[in-house]
Design a protein around this ligand. Structure first.
Ligand code: HEC
Ligand code: HEC
Length: 372
């Protein structure tokens, strides 16, 4: 773009110069014929002026462009932005800005999003890429492709990883964290870090994280923290809530329902062999209760919940008392004093039972660790 202006000046100057030469030649011939004196000097001055313009333009074009270009910042795309709802809760990255990315990056990000939304189609038992998972989608738990406020979204992933995590006792990259959900929540096998699928998921996380400063956790990211109840959560009460408010979609038997394609779930399972295993985040009562409070039954949101806190805790207790796949967790929490209050497997540094760590009451356990 910036070279078009000098080019047209050059062209115009050349035309003028040619025109002047022709006119000058013509008047010279006419003057000679008429025996008049020819205004030689003036014509030469004009022609030199025009030549000067031509030389100037050529010089301008030969100079390195950045010395001359006006500040083009105003034409450049705006930086990638995070988007926020009116209540200032994070709702994702600005999709319109995708168009400014390199075509390959864009394709990778789109594929990453697709893998989150439709995991089973690629990686499920009948997946087109590989059969690595139990058939659930990442989106079943990370709602709206990981962008729903308090919908267990990915708002804080890119800004907080790599980070040290007590569960593994190690520094975790985004890849490692993704694979933990592959092996626990999807009760499956890890993705190779160099696979196109993992690179796509990481590219998507990175894109979601644009506009969010390092170490910053945008408001509304992750899962809501419900206050502890004074009592233990009650699976029997939870059974009634499940019956009334969950079974219509997830099924009386909690096994969910596949879509007509037989590949992805219309309603994902809540327990049984196709569900998350007991090493998954949702197996901790606080994660399940917080997730469900702000998101279930489907259509609920953090500001329009359909369950009371008590109902959320009790239904969590009921669901997590049902059978599900197991996993070897012996390497988890190498420092046992770092176990969260609701991690239901000992040994513990505190005197409370596994039963209390599973269902509560959690207040006394938390208080034990807060004591100096
Ligand atoms: C059965 C539910 C479930 C499924 C399915 C699931 N996750 Fe998760 N995921 C969780 C829970 C629960 C957490 C922990 C949230 C917390 O502790 O606040 C989590 C955390 C994460 C985190 C870390 C978030 C953070 O801010 O620290 C990433 C990244 C992640 N999951 C990626 C994935 C990907 C990718 C998939 C699909 C391959 C997936 N998850 C499938 C439940 C699930
Ligand atoms: C109207 C249908 C509907 C009802 C009722 C419903 N859910 Fe769900 N639930 C869904 C759908 C659909 C998803 C997956 C969301 C997605 O993929 O976007 C889901 C996902 C979940 C998940 C995460 C994925 C998994 O399978 O582990 C949990 C946990 C869950 N629901 C629990 C509950 C509980 C507890 C109740 C009752 C309080 C409930 N749901 C009521 C439709 C429903």
């Amino acid at each position: 773009m910036p070279h078009i202006a000098p080019l047209s000046v050059l062209f115009a100057a050349l035309v003028v110069w040619l025109y002047l030469s022709v006119v000058d030649e013509a008047t010279r011939v006419l003057s000679e014929r008429a025996g008049l004196p020819h205004p030689e000097r003036r014509a030469r001055v004009v022609r030199r002026l025009v030549l000067g313009v031509i030389a100037g333009v050529i010089l301008l074009m030969a100079l390195p462009g950045h010395l001359l270009e006006p500040d083009t910042a105003s034409n450049a795309p705006l930086p990638q932005q995070a988007t926020y709802a009116p209540d200032s809760l994070w709702t994702g990255a600005d999709t319109a800005r995708l168009t400014f990315l390199d075509e390959n990056d864009r394709a990778l990000i789109r594929y990453g999003r697709e893998l989150i939304v439709n995991t089973a189609a690629f990686l499920g038992p009948r997946g087109s890429v590989a059969a690595l998972t139990n058939g659930m989608n990442c989106q079943n738990c990370h709602l709206d492709a990981g962008t729903k406020p308090w919908g267990n979204n990915y708002g804080a992933v890119w800004s907080t990883y790599p980070k040290f995590r007590a569960r593994s006792g190690a520094q975790e990259s985004v890849e490692k964290r993704v694979n933990e959900c592959m092996e626990r929540s999807l009760n499956g096998t890890a993705l190779d870090s160099s696979s196109r699928e993992m690179r796509a998921i990481v590219a998507y996380m990175r894109w979601l994280g644009t506009g969010i400063h390092k170490e910053q956790k945008p408001k509304g990211s992750g899962i809501v923290e419900l206050p502890f109840m004074d009592r233990a959560a009650d699976p029997h009460k939870g059974a009634g809530i499940f019956e009334a408010k969950c079974a219509s979609c997830h099924g009386q038997d909690g096994q969910g329902m596949l879509k007509a394609d037989g590949i992805t779930y219309q309603y994902p399972p809540l327990w049984g062999e196709h569900s998350y295993n007991h090493g998954a985040g949702l197996y901790r009562l606080s994660r399940f209760a917080g997730y469900v409070k702000a998101n279930m039954p489907q259509g609920a949101s953090w500001d329009r919940p359909q369950l009371t806190d008590e109902e959320a805790w009790d239904v969590a207790a009921f669901v997590n008392a049902q059978p599900r796949p197991t996993k070897d967790l012996s390497a988890d929490w190498p420092d046992i004093s770092k176990k969260p209050v609701d991690h239901p497997f000992g040994p513990y540094r505190d005197p409370f039972s596994e039963q209390q760590h599973k269902f509560g009451p959690f207040g006394p356990i938390a208080a034990y660790y807060e004591k100096p």
